[in-house]
Write a protein that binds this ligand. Structure first.
Ligand code: ZN
Ligand code: FE
Ligand code: FE
Length: 277
C-alpha cells in the first residue's frame, strides 16, 4: 500500500481539480492519497467520489496555516470530518479574513498608483480562496510589475511592504485545537523546511514538544525538501515524543514537485485513523 499523504487541488493553490488529482495518482500507481488543501475542505467531496470510482483510497485532510513568533507553521489534519459543526464556519472566517486583506491591499496599491481591481485578483484565484499570491499574480498579469518577486518586494506586498496588510493568523495551538475539534489527527507539516511560506528556520524542537503535549500525533518526516539528515533528526525527535512519522510529496500539480516521491505506509495510516477524533 503506497499513499502520498500530502496533495493539493484547485480547492486551494493546486493546479489539478480533485478528480484530476485522483487520476494522476492512478497513473502513478499509488494506492491512495491524502487530500490536504490549505485552510479548506471544499475539495474533499469530489476527491472522495473520484477515489471511490477509480479505486484510490482517499484520506480526507486539510493543511492549516498558523504562525509562531513570526514563523509560519503548517499543520496537517488527517481523517477530518468536513461536516463537523463549526469547522466550515471557522474556515469561512479565515476565507473572509483573507478576502478582506486582499481588498485592503488592492486599496493601498491603488493609492500608490497601481491600477488593479478586485476583479483582476478574483480572476487569478479561479475559484480558489483569494490570498496574497493572487494579488501578486494580478500585478504581473496587468504588466504593472515584471515578476512575482517584484510584487513581493518591500515596496509593494512583501511582508512589511508599503501596500501589504498583515494577516491575523492563529497560533499552532489554536490550529491544533481546530483540527482536533474536526475529529482529525494533527500532524506537523514539513517541520524541517526552513524556507517555506515565510519561514526562515526549521520548527523549533521546543514547539514540537509543546504541541505533542497538546495532542499532536505525528511529524511529516518524509517531505521532498527534507534532507536525509533532517529526516533522521525528525524521526528521532518523533520517537522520543511518541509521534508517528508520515510522508507526502506536497504535490501542487504538474511542473512542481512530482507526485508520489514521499509516501506513508498502511500501518501508519491505520494508526492515524485510530488517533483521529
Ligand atoms: Zn500549497
Ligand atoms: Fe505547507
Ligand atoms: Fe502543502
Amino acid at each position: 500500500m503506497t499513499t502520498d499523504l500530502h496533495c493539493h487541488t484547485t480547492a486551494s493553490d493546486g493546479t489539478l481539480s480533485p478528480t484530476q488529482l485522483v487520476e494522476a495518482a492512478q497513473h502513478k500507481g499509488l494506492d491512495g492519497i491524502g487530500v490536504t488543501d490549505h485552510d479548506t475542505v471544499e475539495g474533499l467531496r469530489e476527491a472522495t467520489a473520484a477515489g471511490a470510482s477509480m479505486g484510490i483510497a482517499i484520506v480526507p485532510g486539510i493543511e492549516l496555516s498558523t504562525k509562531h513568533e513570526g514563523r509560519s507553521v503548517h499543520i496537517l489534519g488527517f481523517f477530518v470530518d468536513a461536516n463537523v459543526a463549526g469547522l466550515r464556519e471557522a474556515l469561512d472566517g479565515l476565507r473572509l479574513e483573507r478576502l478582506d486583506r486582499a481588498r485592503r491591499m488592492v486599496g493601498r496599491l491603488n493609492e500608490l498608483g497601481y491600477t488593479i481591481t478586485m476583479d483582476d485578483v478574483t480572476a487569478q484565484a479561479r475559484g480558489a480562496i483569494i490570498a496574497r499570491p493572487h494579488v501578486a499574480r494580478a500585478l504581473v498579469a496587468k504588466g504593472l510589475v515584471e515578476t512575482l518577486v517584484d510584487a513581493f518586494s518591500p515596496a509593494l506586498i512583501g511582508d512589511g511592504g508599503r501596500a501589504e496588510v498583515p494577516r491575523t493568523v492563529m497560533s499552532p495551538a489554536e490550529g491544533l485545537d481546530l483540527i482536533r475539534r474536526a475529529g482529525a489527527a494533527p500532524v506537523l507539516a514539513h517541520p524541517g523546511v526552513a524556507h517555506h511560506a515565510g519561514a526562515t528556520d526549521p520548527v523549533p524542537e521546543a514547539l514540537i514538544a509543546d504541541l505533542a503535549g497538546r495532542g499532536l500525533v505525528g511529524l511529516e518526516v518524509d517531505h521532498p525538501e527534507h534532507s536525509e539528515e533532517i529526516r533522521e533528526r525528525l524521526r528521532s525527535i518523533g520517537e522520543r515524543l511518541g509521534l508517528l512519522s508520515t510522508g507526502g510529496s506536497d504535490y501542487h500539480g504538474p511542473g512542481g514537485r512530482p507526485l508520489g516521491t514521499c509516501t506513508t505506509g498502511a500501518d501508519v495510516i491505520d494508526e492515524l485513523r485510530r488517533r483521529a477524533g
